[in-house]
Design a protein around this ligand. Structure first.
Ligand code: 9L3
Ligand code: MG
Length: 140
């Protein structure tokens, strides 16, 4: 089997130093993912640096510029296997310009606190990342 495609995504939080809320995005497409929630982001293009790809995706998808914080390393060679065809790398981020809007492939956005984090229907691959983040968020 060929290597999994690299996908990059952001845990957008209200404050990088004391995060209390996390931005979740509801997919509007493709049909089999519509209605499920995710960390916004997308595929890294050939020749593109992962962090550049993440900035591009967040501009395209949400219309924002961000400052990136630390990466949240995963158990799968440093990444997070999210499907049999994709491996995800995830960075903390905070918005520096603009207000996030569901522009391209989302139809809803929600800021979630630690207690409500699992109230939305996360994509299968994202759930274990969300569970890990629960301990990182400050109580509201
Ligand atoms: N995916 C899973 N969780 C995420 C993201 C951003 C993406 N947080 C999955 C959904 C698709 C694939 O990765 O199967 C590619 O994502 P996109 O380019 O359609 O956003
Ligand atoms: Mg995307």
């Amino acid at each position: 089997m060929t290597a999994r495609r690299l996908v990059v995504a952001a845990a957008i939080v209200d404050d990088l130093d004391r995060p209390a809320r996390l931005l979740a995005a509801r997919r509007s497409r493709p049909a089999h993912l519509a209605g499920r929630w995710e960390f916004p982001g997308g595929k890294v293009d050939p020749g593109e640096a992962p962090v550049e790809a993440l900035h591009r995706e967040l501009r395209e998808e949400l219309g924002v510029r961000v400052e990136l914080g630390d990466e949240l390393p995963g158990p799968d060679d440093g990444g997070w296997i999210i499907t049999d065809r994709h491996v995800l790398r995830l960075w903390f981020a905070t918005v520096t310009e603009g207000v996030p809007e569901p522009l391209v492939e989302h139809d809803d956005l929600r800021w979630l606190g630690r207690d409500g984090l699992l109230d939305v229907d996360w994509l299968d691959g994202d759930v274990r990342i969300v569970e890990e983040l629960q301990d990182v968020l400050e109580p509201l």
